[in-house]
Design a protein around this ligand. Structure first.
Ligand code: CUA
Length: 312
């Protein structure tokens, strides 16, 4: 993957750029006011300080010119700020007219589910999207309020149960973008990472195709034992794997788990050993997460991991 981006100051979409420009505009005005006031205060301190024998300073009973000026200037500044804010908001939160979302983002405690209504792809935590397309995301939540935020690509958008919100994102370049949940949502709020993998159009199309393939039956004794354990233990109650009876929707869809770079919404890199560790002791890597400790032995966890890592 190309470089990782994680800074609001390196916007890679028109939406994020508009937000940064608004920030610079506001910052410019704030700095100008701060400098003006500071300089005037220093001039006053130096020029008009008390000196022995100095007369009583001139007492001004009221100055209509000055009072008008210090009312009109702040009013103009506030108007400029308000207009610029409204323009940015209108651009970033463009109204949605007769357009179905490209992806439905469902926030869960503490992971992200992505459903692509057009293709039927379902995945978790790592959002794939094509470069140079203006995408509409529908943001929802399954339990409490979360907030979807990928600083380089767009605005923050609250994920509220029963109140779908919209978010436009138009990534300019292929690359990997890091985001996070930006609304305190419980114990694992800080471990609810987002990865957005922006791909050239052809590469994205190939990814969609690969996601629609139903994985074949497990090959090899260890993977077969893993599949058996997966079905016997409570794993199937929460997870879905296409082409198997596992059809739970409480936890992430695992049909193409091996395709992902990370596990547990970014807490571990997705390797065979890490997956076995995660399956064995999820609470150690993500305390409080809803994945229970099944008290599996090392070899059992390894077998399940072997099975899942073959699901590409
Ligand atoms: Cu989800 Cu904070």
């Amino acid at each position: 993957m190309p470089m990782q981006h994680t800074s609001v100051f390196h916007p890679d979409s028109p939406q994020a750029r508009a937000i940064v420009h608004l920030f610079y505009f506001d910052l410019g005005i704030a700095v100008f006011i701060a400098l003006t006031v500071t300089i005037l205060v220093f001039i006053a301190i130096i020029r008009f300080r008390w000196r022995p024998g100095a007369p009583e300073p001139y007492q001004d009973p009221g100055n209509p010119k000055l009072e008008t000026l210090w009312t009109v200037i702040p009013a103009l500044i506030l108007t400029a700020l308000a207009v610029q804010n409204a323009r940015t908001m209108r651009f970033v939160n463009r109204p949605v007219r007769d357009r179905s979302p490209n992806v439905v983002v469902m926030a869960h405690q503490w992971w992200w589910e992505y459903r692509y209504p057009q293709s039927g792809v379902v995945t978790a935590n790592e959002l794939h999207m094509p470069a140079e397309e203006n995408w509409l995301l529908l943001i929802e939540a399954a339990d409490v309020i979360h907030d979807f935020w990928v600083p380089d690509l767009g605005a923050k958008m609250d994920a509220i149960p029963g109140h779908p919100n919209h978010l436009w994102i138009e990534p300019h370049r292929a690359g990997m973008y890091i985001g996070t949940c930006a609304e305190f949502c419980g114990l694992e709020h800080a471990l609810m990472g987002i990865r957005v993998i922006v791909q050239p159009k052809a590469e994205y199309a190939a990814w969609v195709k690969s996601q629609l393939v139903v994985p074949g039956p497990p090959v090899g004794a260890v993977a077969q034992q893993g599949a058996r354990l997966f079905a016997e233990r409570t794993c199937v109650n929460c997870h879905r794997i296409a082409g198997t009876p596992a059809s739970g929707d409480v936890g992430p869809d695992l049909t193409h788990l091996a395709d992902r770079e990370t596990l547990g919404a970014g807490v571990l890199y997705n390797t065979l050993d890490n997956l076995a560790r995660w399956i064995r002791r999820p609470q150690e890597y993500k305390p409080g997460c809803h994945m229970p400790d099944e008290r599996l032995t090392g070899p059992e966890a390894h077998a399940i991991a072997t099975y899942l890592e073959a699901l590409q």
